[in-house]
Ligand binder design. Structure first.
Ligand SMILES: [Zn+2]
Ligand SMILES: [Zn+2]
Length: 384
């Protein structure tokens, strides 16, 4: 192991934070910069960070610069869904917070890239529950008793989820086609046999090529298979400017998910995420009314990354016979998840829609008949 330039490598494991008064394991108090003893209430401030959250150059060939460290915390592995998360030294973990399976074992510590930044939780689980209920209440198609059911059977786990962020200065050379619209007068023969003219839109295509430069800052990629991409990648309201240097004191009292998608794999995901913006930049560069991109070749320069932990309340609730998963952003309260759809609400909506369509069709037919058969002969098409 080399000596990484970035912060965080000197953090002790999470088990070492003990209450000065009674010796119990302290927990991080969301929304604050202090640890709290859940037994006697004694608080200990977290020292203000001595460093900043720096970008790390992306150099796969030089592993010594990647902040690799042997893990210090106890890590639990779920044999059922393969989730791996760190727990406190004295925590008894009987089930997996992701799949509920009780086949969990201790994992061997291995060398991994240490996070260099995180966003601490800004509210507690009870508040997370409020955000969830508010969100459930706003689901239009959900059954009316959903909130009550979810309250009874719902479960919420505060945990830090691993993400990677990437910066890159991209240079893309492309070839393509530029389309310019113009109007042409076309002759045709109508059904009565008269020759007429009409205006038709055409597109003139011409060859185009060039180079575009797009800078990307903090492209965010989910680093775990244990969280569904659907929700984990969609949670987007992160105040990344508020990142603090990695500090294990913020993690005590919460599970921290280990990354299962590594730096290299997520870098190619990040490159995919960059494509739409590069494409629109090419289209703008080509100009005209329509564009086609034939070839493009992107060079990624000055690439750097951060490995960060973001706080979420993850959970599921049961409704009927099905489990529904959700994530609550532990900073903004944003919720991403699934909700059941009420059969009765949908049925009523379909019946109402059919009535509306049926009525419209009825009146349309009425008005057609009212105008009689003579009307069709009076229609006259004027030549252009
Ligand atoms: Zn205490
Ligand atoms: Zn599991």
């Amino acid at each position: 192991m080399g000596s990484p330039a970035s912060s965080g490598q000197s953090n002790p494991g999470i088990e070492s934070y003990r209450c000065a008064q009674c010796g119990a394991q302290l927990v991080y108090q969301p929304g604050s910069t202090q640890l709290e003893c859940p037994y006697c209430g004694h608080t200990t401030p977290i020292a203000p960070p001595a460093t900043t959250v720096d970008e790390i150059p992306l150099a796969f060939s030089d592993k010594s610069r990647l902040n690799l460290e042997l893990e210090k915390d106890r890590v639990i592995h779920c044999n059922s869904c393969a989730a791996e998360f760190s727990v406190a030294a004295d925590e008894v973990t009987q089930s997996c917070p992701f799949c509920g399976s009780n086949v969990v074992v201790e994992a061997e510590p291995i060398h991994r890239i240490t996070p260099n930044g995180l966003l601490p939780f800004s509210f507690r689980e009870s508040k997370g529950r409020e955000f969830l209920l508010k969100w459930l209440g706003s689901r239009f198609w959900a059954p009316n008793n959903l909130k009550a059911q979810a309250l009874k059977h719902g479960r919420l786990d505060g945990m830090y989820i691993p993400y990677w962020t990437y910066d890159s200065d991209t240079t893309t050379s492309y070839t393509g086609m530029r389309g310019d619209h113009y109007w042409e007068t076309e002759s045709y023969t109508d059904s009565q046999g008269n020759s007429r003219t009409r205006q038709v839109r055409r597109t003139a295509w011409s060859f185009a090529s060039g180079t575009v430069f797009v800078e990307f800052d903090d492209v965010l990629v989910l680093g775990s298979d244990s969280v569904s991409d659907k929700f984990g990648q969609r949670l987007s309201n992160w105040d990344l400017e508020a990142l603090v240097p990695y500090e294990t004191q913020y993690l005590v009292g919460f599970h921290t998910l280990r990354y299962s998608r590594d730096l290299e794999r997520c870098w190619s995901t990040a490159q995919q995420f960059m494509q739409p913006e590069i494409d629109s930049s090419i289209r703008y560069d080509i100009g005209g009314d329509d564009q086609r991109i034939t070839t493009k070749n992107t060079a990624y320069n000055d690439n750097s990354f951060k490995h960060i932990l973001l706080p979420v309340f993850a959970g599921s609730y049961r409704y009927g016979k099905k489990n529904y998963n959700f994530l609550v952003n532990g900073r903004s309260g944003e919720v991403q998840g699934e909700a059941p759809i009420s059969f009765w609400k949908v049925l009523i909506a379909v019946v109402l829609a059919l009535i509306v369509i049926g009525t419209a069709v009825y009146f349309y037919q009425e008005s057609e008949q009212g105008q009689g058969s003579s009307s069709s002969q009076s229609v006259e098409v004027l030549p252009f």
